[in-house]
Structure formats: C-alpha cells, structure tokens
Design a protein around this ligand. Structure first.
Ligand SMILES: [Zn+2]
Ligand SMILES: [Zn+2]
Ligand SMILES: [Zn+2]
Length: 332
C-alpha cells in the first residue's frame, strides 16, 4: 500500500502506490482483453469468494449464496482500506496520509451480459437505491469525508464486462468536488441561490442543450462540456445529498438513465462511458449551496498530451450539437 499525497501547488490529492499490478500495462499500452463469463468473479456460483457487505435477493436467501439480485463486495485489490486511523503527516512542505477509506464493488445484476439499457427498470432502480443505502451507512463513519460512485459502462473502460460500479469513500474531499463546492458557495454568496438550480432553470427555458427532461430530472449537455457528448443529469428538486433521493425519484432516475444511455449507444459505435455521482461532502452543512448530480463522461477521444499537461480540455463537439443528436424526440 502506498500514500495519499497532496500536490502543494494545486491542492490535489493523489494516491501513490508503486506496487499495483496494472503498472506493467501502462508501459505496454495494450487494451485489456475482456474477462470471459467462465472466469468472471462476479457471476453466480462464485459467491463464496467474497464476503458480501450488502445484498438484495430472494427472501430467505443466506449471505454469500446464490439467489441474489445485487451484491456489494469489498474490492479484491482495494486502493483504500478501512483498517486503522486517518494519519496525516508532513514531510517538509509535503502533506501525506495513509490510504484509509472504503473501496467496494456493486455487482449490479447476476446477468453477465446486460448493460443498463437492457436491464429492466426495477433492476436499475435497485442499483440506484443501493448507492443510497451504502451512502447512509458510510455516513456513520465520521472519518470519511466524501462518497464517490463510479459506474463503468462498455468495453473501453473496464476489463470486467459484468455490470458493476465502484463505491469509494475517502478521508478527504477530492479536487473535483472541492472545486464545485467552492464555485457553488461563491455563487450563493453573490445571489443567495443555488448555481445548479439556476442552470436547470435557464437550460430548461432555452431547451437547446436539453437531452431529456422528465417531471423530476433533466439530462443536459453542459454549456462548457470538457468531453464530446458529455451529459449531466440533475434532479429538479434542490438537494445537496444523493441519499435524500426519494423512492419515486429512484425509479424516475432509472428510466431516464436507461433512455440516455440507450441514446448514446445509438449515436456512438462501441460506446463506453463512466458515470460519476457527485454528492455533497460529508459532515459539512452544504444543504443550501450544493446540488447532487451525475456526470456521464463518454470515452471517445484519447486525452491528448496538451490536455494532460494543462488541464485545459479541447472538445470538438459543441454541446448544442450533442444534445440535438442525443434527443429522443422526433428532432433527431
Ligand atoms: Zn459475470
Ligand atoms: Zn439546487
Ligand atoms: Zn460534478
């Protein structure tokens, strides 16, 4: 295990771990071959390999037995571990922490080959409600500062084809969320309003970047999208914490996400993306200023050296074009 380290200039925390198996792949630049169902650790029949943290399944089913609809298990090769305490130390001007945290895998269905667009609404709703359940549980641990959910969809983002997502809880707030919190706090100080609510109001009124709108949610191509065909999904009801999502909203979100992913799959061949849940940092009162959302980031162009080096992204697809291509109505 390595360290969590903070860059002293940009305030960004990174995990430094020189012992990880994937190091070799970085030097070889090869695409990993998908793991076949016969060897898939997430498929039914291999439950005993992992001690589940949480599961949904048939009534009367015993833990780590078949009969599940969804399982949450610890990651086999965790980047973070829950043992011990959060120890922060200094080395001159450099700031370090031990890799304390949570790293779990949500195995979203027993069916190896089904992505969200092929799963029924109820099963996707189970996945979304599991994010809520785990979030409510992990919130009890006051050493944790941030919950992140990363859902990988498609062949370019993970060797594991079996539908799954990662639940990560950190002892520190990552740069991406921190920047959003600071930006939202600034907007709130200026206007006494939530910046995300203002974006929703204006985008729904203008319509040209809206991909899909339901009674409870809106999917839009962000005005300053970093990546081609990037989509952001926001609840219309202002809420900072994902875990406050209601049962009806879970079903509505499941339906909307299935439609948007289906649309992306139609527009982009061999479509892959990461879906990131951004929710308010834990143990801070950000109820008025922050607004949870999902970011759908398609893997299309390779990030060029310029973008890696500068953090300044170049996106060749205007979000207005992205929205019009992805819209499910007759305009396509
Ligand atoms: Zn599988
Ligand atoms: Zn809001
Ligand atoms: Zn975000």
């Amino acid at each position: 295990m390595g360290d969590l380290r903070r860059d002293p200039v940009v305030n960004r925390w990174v995990i430094i771990d020189g012992e990880r198996a994937e190091r070799e792949a970085i030097f070889q630049m090869e695409l990993c071959a998908p793991i076949p169902a016969a060897e898939c650790p997430f498929c039914p029949g291999r439950e005993a390999q992992d001690d589940e943290v949480f599961a949904l399944g048939k009534p009367g089913r015993a833990a780590n037995e078949p009969g599940w609809w969804l399982r949450v298990i610890p990651d086999k090769y965790p980047i973070l571990r829950r043992e011990g305490t959060v120890e922060r130390r200094l080395e001159g001007i450099f700031d370090l922490m031990n890799p304390f945290g949570i790293h779990e895998v949500v195995v979203e269905t027993p069916e190896h080959h089904k992505g969200w667009p092929e799963l029924d609404d109820l099963q996707v709703e189970r996945v979304l409600s599991t994010y809520r359940t785990r979030s409510l549980d992990l919130r009890q641990d006051d050493r944790l500062r941030q919950l992140l959910v990363v859902k990988n969809h498609g062949r370019a983002v993970s060797a594991f084809q079996h539908p799954h997502s990662l639940l990560i809880a950190l002892p520190t707030v990552p740069k991406g969320v921190e920047e959003e919190v600071q930006g939202a706090a600034y907007h709130f100080r200026q206007s006494q309003r939530c910046v995300y609510c203002d974006v929703i109001e204006q985008e729904v009124q203008m319509g040209k970047r809206v991909v899909l709108e339901s009674a409870q949610f809106v999917a839009l191509a962000p005005f300053a999208s970093r990546f081609p065909l990037e989509v952001m999904v926001l609840p219309k009801r202002h809420a900072a914490d994902y875990e406050t999502i209601g049962d009806e909203e879970l079903l509505g979100l499941a339906k909307l996400l299935k439609t948007v992913l289906g649309s992306l799959e139609e527009v982009i061949q061999n479509f892959s993306c990461s879906i990131i849940l951004h929710t308010a940092p834990l143990h801070q009162d950000l109820r008025a200023i922050y607004h949870w959302h999902l970011e759908l980031l398609p893997k299309i162009t390779k990030v060029a050296g310029f973008e890696w080096g500068t953090g300044f992204f170049i996106n060749p697809i205007p979000p207005e074009e992205a929205a019009s291509r992805l819209r499910v109505d007759s305009e396509r």
